[in-house]
Design a protein around this ligand. Structure first.
Ligand SMILES: CC(C)(COP(=O)(O)OP(=O)(O)OC[C@H]1O[C@@H](n2cnc3c(N)ncnc32)[C@H](O)[C@@H]1OP(=O)(O)O)[C@@H](O)C(=O)NCCC(=O)NCCS
Length: 192
């Protein structure tokens, strides 16, 4: 298994439109706070119906600051900032987590704010980090789930090379509607 890297190393990965780099808390926190409160991010990444962002009280601020100031110390996950190369600005985050070491697998998640969306940045960021997971870290499988009402997310993952493996039905109660969750994954053997 070609393991030249690991989750402890926090690389900078450079693509055409995006650059993925480690978190710089002071520079990134204002952007990350806005991304966390963005309506699309809340709708598509929350485990439960969250019509309004949680209040920014002292406790939430401390949790968020603590979270992002400790990302680069994590040895079992990789959190990177997605930078729009056209402007040099951070537009969101992308993460490999839920590392399943014996089975050489992990999960991928991504959240971009409105400035970063709908220009191909998400697709490229997913491709870059998946390539790192498979070729540099040596993983065999990268998986994710995407709500059925997130057509943009599904399409971006599909363009990045992920395949649908199944549908978990009625996973999310969204207002008065049920939403399915679609499981997608990419395998090393698919990656070429
Ligand atoms: C999902 C996300 C990462 C995608 O990144 P992006 O940069 O916006 O997407 P891209 O521009 O790379 O690609 C989007 C594709 O979806 C298509 N698309 C957009 N809206 C769509 C919709 N409602 N239904 C189907 N396809 C749609 C676009 O046309 C494009 O495909 P194309 O290139 O074939 O035309 C980003 O939008 C995001 O972070 N959204 C908010 C949070 C989120 O949804 N996170 C993922 C949770 S699983």
């Amino acid at each position: 298994m070609p393991v030249s890297s690991s989750f402890s190393e926090k690389p900078t990965l450079v693509g055409e439109k995006v650059l993925l780099r480690p978190v710089r808390p002071e520079e990134d926190l204002p952007m990350l706070r806005a991304v966390l409160d963005d309506p699309d991010v809340l709708r598509y990444t929350s485990d439960s119906y969250t019509p309004e962002p949680p209040v920014w009280d002292g406790a939430r601020e401390r949790r968020v600051v603590d979270w992002y100031t400790t990302r680069n110390e994590q040895t079992d996950r990789l959190d990177l900032i997605v930078v729009d190369r056209a402007t040099g600005r951070g537009v969101g985050e992308i993460v490999l987590n839920e590392w399943d070491e014996p089975n050489r697998a992990c999960n991928l998640r991504i959240a971009l704010g409105p400035d970063g969306r709908d220009r191909g940045l998400g697709t490229e960021a997913v491709r870059l980090l998946t390539d790192h997971a498979i070729r540099a870290i040596g993983l065999n499988r990268v998986s994710l789930s995407v709500y059925a009402f997130n057509g943009r997310g599904q399409r971006a993952y599909e363009k990045a090379g992920f395949k649908v493996e199944g549908v978990r039905r009625q996973v999310l109660r969204y207002g008065d509607a049920w939403v399915d969750d679609i499981d997608m994954a990419v395998l090393a053997e698919d990656w070429g």
